[in-house]
Design a protein around this ligand. Structure first.
Ligand code: ATP
Ligand code: MG
Length: 318
């Protein structure tokens, strides 16, 4: 999702860009996730066919593959004597969803904080949209954080602002919107995450799940290109977990938003992931597609499946 809230005069030549409101209308379309997924699968099958045909009959030189939107290259970090990440590499293309899996303390949240420049790696390179974020000062990093936003585990909402004001915050920061437009967008964002009734409440009176939904609405208000989620379904009921999953999937399928989702929930990962990074003892034990992950015979991966109760034990024979 790109910046479309600015007046046309500030974005010459881009007057056909959809506005945030149009994006939100799109997200509220009656199409079910299943319909979207099947449309997306059939579109990718058609694209693969066209690509295969073009490769079989090359007429023009193929264009080079697009660089990944997010690229971790041999990233290492330690705290004191403890090495947390040791030459970890992975990449995510535009519009893809990467799920980061691994046991507690392996460095999943640390990876997200490195990605946003809140932590500096000891070595390695992190690129966002081709730009090495290690070379950026705080101002440059703030610019990156406008395009890549994070939904923290606790929501990280401003405690003294109401829900409505929290969501309006990035809209006001961007500028160029009238108050009634801001209120309209806040209402639509709240509707989208199913929390309209909370608009005048303070974060302290919300449940964990509600805070998470408001944090997603606030992240969306910033119109990011990528959203990072740190355990979006932990401590929420299965129905809310399901609706958060649906929302992440819609954002991908309808708006092309890139997502990185840290989760312990294998079912959630199976539904959402294009790519999986499995961290173990400081290393990227596995990085590849979700299908390759599910077929992975690495004993550490298998053990994770078992610990995560992904493989449901068979009832004992009687
Ligand atoms: N700023 C810091 N200073 C010192 N140690 C830190 C810091 N940040 C993280 N750590 C340590 O790095 C390790 C990895 O932390 P991280 O929060 O990334 O774990 P995680 O994989 O997200 O685990 P969980 O699934 O429990 O959230 C932990 O042992 C943590 O204590
Ligand atoms: Mg964590």
């Amino acid at each position: 999702m790109r910046d479309a809230t600015r007046p046309e005069s500030e974005t010459p030549g881009e007057s056909t860009q959809p506005s945030l409101l149009e994006d939100l209308n799109e997200l509220e379309s009656p199409a079910t996730i299943l319909e979207l997924e099947s449309a997306s699968a059939s579109a990718s099958a058609q694209i693969s066919q066209v690509v295969a045909e073009a490769q079989a009959n090359p007429k023009v030189a193929p264009s080079p593959p697009a660089p990944p939107f997010i690229d971790f290259e041999k990233v290492s970090i330690g705290f004191g004597e403890r090495k947390i990440l040791d030459e970890v590499s992975f990449h995510v293309g535009r519009g893809q969803t990467l799920c980061i899996l691994g046991r507690s303390g392996v460095g999943k949240s640390v990876s997200l904080r490195i990605l946003l420049g809140f932590l500096k790696p000891d070595s390695g390179c992190v690129r966002v949209d081709g730009q090495d974020i290690g070379s950026l000062d705080e101002r440059g990093l703030q610019e990156v954080r406008k395009h890549v936003t994070m939904v923290f585990q606790n929501g990280a909402l401003f405690d003294s602002l109401t829900v409505g004001e929290n969501i309006a915050f990035p809209l006001r920061e961007k500028g160029g919107l009238q108050e009634d437009q801001i209120q309209q967008l806040v209402a639509r964002l709240l509707e989208l995450v199913g929390a309209s009734e909370t608009v005048n409440l303070l974060p302290s009176s919300l449940s964990t799940g509600q805070k998470r939904c408001i944090a997603i609405a606030r992240a969306l208000a910033a119109q990011p290109e990528a959203i990072l989620y740190d355990e979006p379904t932990t401590m929420v009921d299965p129905i809310m977990g399901r609706s958060i999953g649906d929302l992440i999937q819609r954002l991908k399928l309808q708006l092309g938003i890139t997502s990185i989702v840290v989760t312990h929930d294998m079912r959630f990962a199976i539904r959402l992931a294009d790519l999986v990074l499995f961290l173990e003892s400081g290393t990227a034990r596995f990085f590849g597609t979700i299908h390759e992950f599910l077929e992975c015979t690495d004993p550490h991966v298998q053990q994770f499946f078992t610990l995560d109760a992904y493989v449901v034990p068979q009832p004992a024979a009687v």
